[in-house]
Design a binder for this molecule. Structure first.
Ligand code: NDP
Length: 259
């Protein structure tokens, strides 16, 4: 082992990464974190104007990028995305399935949740991850790449009044395990389960002082995470430093699920 062996294993120079939901919040931090580690990164989402500064951020860090929108719930759109990435940047080495939603009409006791809301949340959060993995599969097998899924503490424990979200995130944890088994030893598949992070998704929680304080009190580290604090473990799992890690879900939750 050379003196710098550990550092080199974190180096993603020459790797091409796709980050879904890469326009805002955690996905944006993951895209820029991967670029900081040397990767070429395509952040994708439905809103082009969110993606433009992230593409510019990747390029400022010396990486190649491309401005490509995609709705992960639309399998044709997903197929077109991976064809375009391969054509513009070459085969994908790293897929980060981060796109996720938890809209207001999907919250509540089961009798209050529309079937349409169930369908949309599971289509985006779980179906989208599967569609992207499926579309990226030939590339990942060619490059010996890896997948990192972004679940939630709601993928590890039950949360009241969030049935579609919790079911989809538990599904991602299971998908991670079964894909890791099927794809070994060629492709590694892992997952992170973030706790509470201040982003657009949690605006309702962070704007309500009482609710925010109760979540902080429930969290051993006593605060919400910064998006970059979720990005760093994702970069680790995407790197050769995690070469013997597959099929696992890493809680990045300030100790929330340790209680
Ligand atoms: P944000 O709402 O800030 O960002 C979500 C991103 O996903 C946006 O870029 C959005 O872009 C994109 N997205 C939504 N729907 C689709 C779609 N159909 N196709 C493609 N992209 C889509 O969320 P966060 O950054 O907070 O969350 C990111 C991930 O982390 C999610 O999977 C979430 O469940 C998970 N997470 C978040 C936590 C938190 O506390 N914030 C805690 C635990 C997990 P656009 O709308 O333009 O498509």
């Amino acid at each position: 082992m050379t003196e710098h062996a550990v550092d080199e294993r974190f180096d993603l120079t020459g790797r091409t990464a796709v980050v879904t939901g890469g326009g805002r919040g955690i996905g944006r931090a993951i895209a820029l974190g991967l670029a900081d580690a040397g990767a070429d990164v395509v952040p994708t989402a439905r809103t082009e104007s969110d993606l433009e500064p992230v593409v510019a951020g990747v390029e400022e860090r010396g990486g190649e990028s491309a401005l490509l929108t995609c709705d992960v719930a639309d399998a044709d759109d997903v197929d077109a995305l991976f064809e375009a990435v391969e054509a513009e940047l070459g085969p994908v080495d790293v897929l980060v399935n981060n796109a996720g939603i938890n809209p207001a009409n999907a919250l509540g006791t089961p009798d209050r949740v529309d079937q349409d809301a169930w369908d949309l949340v599971t289509d985006v959060n779980l179906g989208g991850a599967f569609a992207c993995a499926r579309a990226a599969a030939p590339n990942l097998e060619e490059t010996g790449g890896c997948v990192v899924n972004v679940a939630s503490v709601g993928g590890l424990v039950g949360l009241p009044r969030q049935h579609p979200y919790v079911a989809s995130k538990h599904g991602l944890v299971g998908l991670t395990k079964s894909m890791a088994i099927d794809w070994a030893p060629d492709v590694r598949v892992n997952c992170v389960a973030p706790g509470y992070v201040a982003t657009d998704l949690t605006e309702d929680l962070t704007e309500n002082e009482e609710l925010r304080a109760s979540i902080e009190e429930r969290t051993p580290l006593d605060r919400f995470a910064e998006p970059e604090e979720v990005a760093a473990p994702v970069v680790f799992l995407a790197s050769d430093a995690a070469a013997y890690v597959t099929g696992t879900t890493l809680a990045v939750d300030g100790g929330w699920t340790a209680r």
